[in-house]
Design a protein around this ligand. Structure first.
Ligand code: M6R
Length: 613
């Protein structure tokens, strides 16, 4: 979703701004723009399309400036166009703004401004906000800083804004509510970004701006205030991230790099937590709310998309091992449903980015009702991590490809650690089972590596053979049902082929009508307690000439004999198997996307971090 960059300092702003926008491309966007502060002028250049088109447009321009802001836009209000792209000028031309988020009451503010004679060049809520600020500034005896504060108190919705003013050649104004903003501290310079990736090569010292904070930034000074004009002390953190982690490192796409990073990502999520010698688990995040968890009548898991699928599998695991009631909720529904929440409830939030707007607001609501929030988050220092009372980082490393892969397997790893540890606290599963699962979990990185090495060639062939299908069905039962949903989501995202995930037994209640000899049906049919049942479901598809592609346990002759194509994964406990079964489905989606020449890292219409609802 929209990306924001800003620079103020002794050096040229343009190289950081254009380079930063490229680093933020992974978030998803449809247009890009930059504003540079010139003496007595603000130079705005913006273009529909890729950052490369913006760079081209700048080729003939003078880019000399030490103060500037930039933006990649993911359309919300108004179609992708040069006019709707950011930065926007105010009516006087004295101010320029970039905005990430949605101003919900923009229509009434616009009406107010239209009556005062304001004109608008774009359809955006962002241009309304800027002119609203300008109007307050021009008609009150106040500084620009004060005008911004007054305006933001009247605005509802979410925003990060960066503002330049002709009158303030040495100041960049920034504010946030609900969307992420990081400020990097350099020597006599400041770098701004929607996340830390643009500034990694310049500084490791950063400040994460909180909601309702306004930053007044000069080359050598960062003043942080709340909307009540009280000065706050910026909390400077050190980034534990290397530049190489956000580069492709020889791979053709970030997605395939991240698929191949999974043995390491899973290992990193286990490191320091699972002791393979003693088969014990230490989770300090969990210890913090141990009593609450043991006493909890239920656990509610809140997430979106792939993270929601991780939550769904965790429901099966936690109910099985910990004998506590678990509910899994789409954050977007949960936040508007007036759910019954009490202080006895523990809410587990799952999020790669830690910035997903629906998840964040759902948690804020639950927290205000007294629930305890436990965050399972990948991005360190993100909003969801900060709102959580306790939590576990997944440590998957930066995930740049829009389709979530290594973040998902790391989420599963951490959720299973959570379930085993809680079972230990509650003594709800035998020691023997807990030890067996702990041992098998420690072996997952090697098994994932084996799957990557042994299945890729066969999967490339399957992708070639089925790339022209118009629909896919993904079926699984029990622990493998959430994996079927995830397989279908992955395929739709990066191949644009319609795909549906279903519990295999539900197929008879409707989707079976779709089955004919053109429909590929992907079965996740590893050996487990419902294996015979899913084999019957495979027979039912076969009897109707559907094409069976199956993920099976190695040497499962029966399942293999029923399948047109099979992908074998190593034998494992049924609780562990779904983590392994995920890997071939990611590879299948990737290679189908490649066959169909899709931009797999940045599929159309999608954003990596969904910071608007
Ligand atoms: O950052 P989050 O985990 O909160 O994101 C949730 C979803 O937007 C995300 O998982 C999305 O479904 C991915 N594109 C899936 O590949």
């Amino acid at each position: 979703m929209c990306g924001i960059v800003g620079y103020i300092g002794q050096n040229q702003a343009y190289p950081y701004l254009i380079g930063g926008l490229k680093k933020l491309e992974y978030r998803g966007y449809d247009s890009a723009g930059i504003a540079l502060h010139k003496t007595n002028d603000l130079q705005v250049v913006k273009k529909t399309g890729k950052v490369a088109a913006l760079e081209e447009a700048f080729r003939t321009k003078d880019t000399q400036s030490t103060l500037g802001i930039g933006h990649t836009r993911w359309a919300t209000h108004g179609v992708p166009s040069d006019e709707n792209a950011h930065p926007h000028y105010s009516n006087s031309g004295n101010l320029a703004l970039v905005h990430n988020g949605i101003i919900e009451n923009y229509a009434s503010l616009k009406e107010e401004l239209l009556q005062k004679g304001y004109q608008f060049k774009s359809d955006t809520d962002s241009e309304v906000l800027l002119n609203f600020i300008e109007d307050i500034y021009q008609n009150n005896d106040c500084s620009l800083e004060e005008a911004i504060r007054i305006a933001l108190k009247r605005v509802t919705g979410a925003y990060v804004i960066l503002i330049l003013s002709i009158e303030y050649p040495d100041t960049l104004f920034a504010a946030r509510k609900g969307s992420p903003l990081v400020i990097g501290i350099g020597k006599g310079e400041h770098f701004l970004g929607s996340d830390a990736s643009p500034m990694l090569e310049y500084t490791k010292e950063v400040v994460y701006i909180n909601d309702y904070e306004l930053a007044i930034i000069k080359a050598d000074q960062l003043i942080l205030k709340n909307l009540g004009n009280e000065t706050l002390t910026p909390y400077v953190q050190k980034l534990d991230l290397e530049l190489a982690a956000i580069e492709k490192g020889g791979y053709e796409h970030f997605m395939i790099k991240e698929i191949y990073e999974q043995p390491q990502a899973i290992f990193d999520s286990l490191r320091g937590r699972l002791d393979p010698e003693n088969l014990s688990i230490t989770l300090s995040g969990l210890d913090k709310i141990k009593d609450k968890l043991i006493a909890a009548r239920r656990i509610i898991i809140v997430a979106c998309g792939t993270s929601w699928h991780a939550g769904l599998l965790a429901e099966y695991w936690i109910e099985e091992l910990c004998r506590v009631n678990v509910e899994v909720e789409y954050a977007s529904e949960f936040r508007y449903r007036n759910p019954i929440i009490t202080s006895d409830d523990v809410i587990i939030a799952i999020s790669q980015s830690g910035e997903t707007a629906d998840t964040l607001v759902a948690l804020e609501n639950a927290k205000s009702k007294g629930a305890t929030i436990f965050g399972i988050v990948n991005v360190v220092g993100s909003s969801i991590a900060r709102i959580s009372d306790a939590g576990i980082y997944t440590h998957a490393g930066p995930e740049i490809g829009v389709a979530s892969t290594k973040a998902f397997s790391a989420q599963l790893t951490v959720l299973l650690l959570f379930a085993i540890k809680l079972a230990e606290f509650k003594q709800s599963a035998s020691e023997e089972l807990r030890k067996q699962l702990t041992k098998e979990l420690s072996e997952v990185p090697q098994k994932v590596q084996y799957i990557l090495d042994s299945t890729v060639d066969g999967i490339k062939d399957i992708a070639k053979n089925y790339q022209h299908a118009t629909d896919f069905l993904f079926l699984g039962r029990g622990y493998n049902f959430p994996i079927a949903l995830e397989g279908a989501l992955k395929l739709k995202e990066i191949s644009y082929i319609h795909a549906e995930g279903y519990p295999a037994a539900e197929m008879k209640h409707g989707p079976i009508a779709l089955v004919d000899d053109t429909l590929p049906v992907v079965f996740i049919a590893t050996k487990d307690k419902v294996h015979e049942k899913i084999v019957s479901n495979m027979q039912e598809i076969k009897a109707r000439s559907g094409k069976l592609i199956s993920v099976v346990t190695a040497d499962d002759q029966l399942a293999m004999s029923l399948s047109d194509e099979n992908i074998q994964i190593p034998a494992s406990h049924e609780i562990i198997a779904p983590i392994l079964a995920t890997i071939p489905l990611q590879l299948l989606s990737y290679y189908v996307g490649i066959e169909r020449q899709i931009d797999v890292d940045r599929p159309r219409n999608l954003a990596k971090s969904v910071t608007v609802e």
